[in-house]
Design a protein around this ligand. Structure first.
Ligand SMILES: NC(=O)c1ccc[n+]([C@@H]2O[C@H](COP(=O)([O-])OP(=O)(O)OC[C@H]3O[C@@H](n4cnc5c(N)ncnc54)[C@H](OP(=O)(O)O)[C@@H]3O)[C@@H](O)[C@H]2O)c1
Length: 272
């Protein structure tokens, strides 16, 4: 099994856009239901509060997997390593388990930031490195630019968006995908098919969606503030969708509903 899947147990609790008590409470519930993998980013401006919550939870360091992401504004020789060190300080950690490049750089020459990421790994600031929001071509280029394995490409991934091109690139390059916006920020619940399929397994619509993602070979990031949803999102390992149900859900990807695009972030590349 891929090291990122092992480290995260295929399920990571995302912290965006949580802050303050809401973040602390949600992380506490997540830990109680079994999450040991947590995802933050410099851009979320909640690394300090994530670190405080982790300290309060009091896990042994090797029990947890912590991911953070370098902001594209810090993709320079001067800023990259100091920014990663600052992230560690805020998180109260000596290293992160996974350090990602949050977005490709504007202009899309990916080589300099990948080399800086590799330096952070060599310095021991991160046990593993990866990327986020890379296109299929960037994935293919990345494996030629650096030698250190990239353990994931974290991308928007849910059943209302066709990501077959990225899945093919993942198989070709050995960089597995992980999902964000896994329930399309609630949009999936407007489609009755997930509920219908869920009834035959005794599972909720959300669990069907997440199970579909896992069975595509993609590990999941989910965020919720509600105990019932946090619990349900973690509880997706005890059933398997049939190939006909997988195919029915695959057909929904023609919806091409994309949440994170150029209108939201200036770094968004031309998507596949
Ligand atoms: N790399 C990137 O560029 C990037 C971009 C976006 C996000 N992310 C990461 O991915 C994580 C997850 O993505 P996301 O939060 O944007 O999207 P998401 O998980 O699709 O949506 C979160 C929203 O869906 C609701 N929800 C979650 N589980 C539910 C369930 N089982 N039933 C009903 N509603 C449910 C939550 O509301 P309630 O609180 O009411 O449950 C919350 O408002 C983020 O926290 C962040 O760590 C990364």
């Amino acid at each position: 099994m891929n090291i990122y899947f092992q480290k995260t147990n295929q399920r990571t609790f995302g912290t965006f856009p949580l802050t303050g008590d809401e973040l602390r409470d949600a992380m506490k519930i997540a830990a109680e239901v079994g999450y040991r993998s947590f995802d933050t980013a410099q851009m979320y401006e909640n690394e300090k509060e994530t670190g405080d919550a982790l300290a309060e939870l009091g896990f042994d360091r090797d029990e947890i997997c912590v991911t953070t992401k370098v902001h594209p504004d810090n993709f320079t020789e001067e800023a990259f390593i100091p920014s990663a060190e600052e992230s560690l300080k805020k998180l109260q950690l000596d290293y992160v388990d996974v350090l990602l490049l949050h977005w490709p750089p504007i202009g899309e020459d990916i080589a300099p930031s990948l080399k800086l990421l590799e330096q952070a790994h060599a310095k021991g600031l991160a046990k593993n490195i990866g990327v986020s929001n890379y296109t299929a071509q960037m994935m293919r280029d990345a494996v030629k630019i650096i030698d250190t394995p990239l353990v994931t490409n974290q991308v928007e991934f849910h059943p209302l968006l066709n990501q077959d091109t990225l899945l093919a690139a993942a198989a070709e390059t050995g960089i597995p995908l992980s999902s964000y916006c896994s329930v399309a920020r609630g949009e999936v619940f407007k489609h009755s098919i997930f509920d219908e399929i869920g009834k035959t397994y005794g599972k909720t619509a959300g669990q069907v969606v997440l199970r579909w993602i896992l069975q595509k070979g993609v590990s999941i990031n989910t965020m919720s503030t509600k105990r019932a949803n946090i619990d349900a999102n973690f509880d997706v390992m005890d059933f398997t969708l049939s190939s006909s149900d997988m195919a029915r859900i695959d057909a929904k990807t023609h919806t091409e509903y994309r949440i994170v695009g150029e209108d939201l972030v200036p770094w968004a590349p031309k998507w596949d």
